[in-house]
Design a protein around this ligand. Sequence first.
Ligand code: ZN
Length: 142
Amino acid sequence: MVTVTRRLEWDAMHRIPLHESKCRAFHGHRYVAEITCVAPQLDELGRVVDFGVIKSLVGTWIDDHWDHTAILMSGDPEATPIAEANERLGRPVYWMKAHPTAENIVSELAGVAQRLLDPTGVTVVRIRLWETPNGSSEWTLG
Ligand SMILES: [Zn+2]
């Protein structure tokens, strides 16, 4: 199987409301996602998909929704002032139903990336999301 992987990076704040230690405080990460795709067959140039297509579709969505804002859990009692401030400052908070752990964010990204890439005919089969240089979570299809 031939795959391609495009790396996308962004900066965002989050917190894990029920975390046992310091991750319950608001803090930021340089998130790095490695998005791996396959296609039923290579195109006439010999590509699964152009790297630029993944950047254009998924990278733009990330820039619009996750970069330089906060990824927070709906109902987080501490989040209201952050949400109000970011709304006023033009970077609305992204709300998740679950705690914004690397595991939940990578799963969210998998759904988003597949929806955005559907028109190109490629399938997202793997995403590794680095929350820190030493810690990552991986989503795989199936
Ligand atoms: Zn964190």
